[in-house]
Design a protein around this ligand. Sequence first.
Ligand SMILES: [Fe+2]
Length: 331
Amino acid sequence: MKNASPMATWPEVAADSPFSLDNETAYRRWRDAKLHAYPTTAEELVVEIKDPRKLTAAEAQAMVRICRKTNMVLYVSPLGGLEDKALARALGEQFGLHRLDSNLLADDDGITSLQVVAGKSQRGYIPYSNRRLLWHTDGYYNAPEARIRAFVLHCVSPAAEGGENRLLDHEIVYILLRDARPDYIRALMQPDAMTIPANTESGEETRVASIGPVFSVDAAGNLHMRYTARTRSIEWKQDAATREAVRFLEDLLAGDSPYIFRHRMAAGQGLVCNNVLHNRTAFTDDVDKSIARLVYRARYYDRIRGTNLNEVFTPSPSLPRRGGEGVGKEP
Ligand SMILES: [Fe+2]
């Protein structure tokens, strides 16, 4: 198992895909459409809803509309404090999210309760600690057939302090890198760009090594990103192109790009997204006042319904050219 090569299973990029480095025309059309009227504040991503378990048609439409542009949407609901894990599952189902990932840490129902749990945090499971989480996409160690395409976060209760998220659409990252230097994309699409060594907690192998690209395109033509800013337990391909691309990406994530959204989820708020890049600041609970952060997380192999590339983007030469809106250089 450990020596199985997962590299061959990452699909090729189709010639007519905007993500093909050989198709500048398709890329330009997709890029310009993508950047046209792209939101600049987290507030623009927020939809007010009454009940995440039972969205009205108008609420669901408003949420999908935002996801089609940014791959993510934030919601505000009056259900703060409600401890009901079924809420996360019911919310996801309304977006066509059904195939839950049951990872090592998920509870039996496939939904993870993110909160400080002393025993687990001490064993090095950061999701159960109050420490900061570096930039990543979820499931970056998963095999290609278990790619996490979407996840849902629902905040039951925020921390006393901290616990803010930053969010960055991975399609925007692709654009920023490709506009800077197409070779960055070439490097990060190599099937052996990023290796996560096997997880050998207490000497036992609980997860095989994961070798794959940062950017890949799935069978439906959608862009997927596999990334972690961790420096331990990760091995980058040792060639100059990969090193330079990773450095550029690190600088981008450490900077103040206008495409990076900041949001601290309050009680009853949440996020539905196509596994965009995200991080989280450290937080502190106040045990004396019974203030403790509790967030439900559900991860899916599915992508949000209505957000596939061919549903969002129709290549057409008659599209208005709207390039240069804040990123990259014009040709
Ligand atoms: Fe995450």
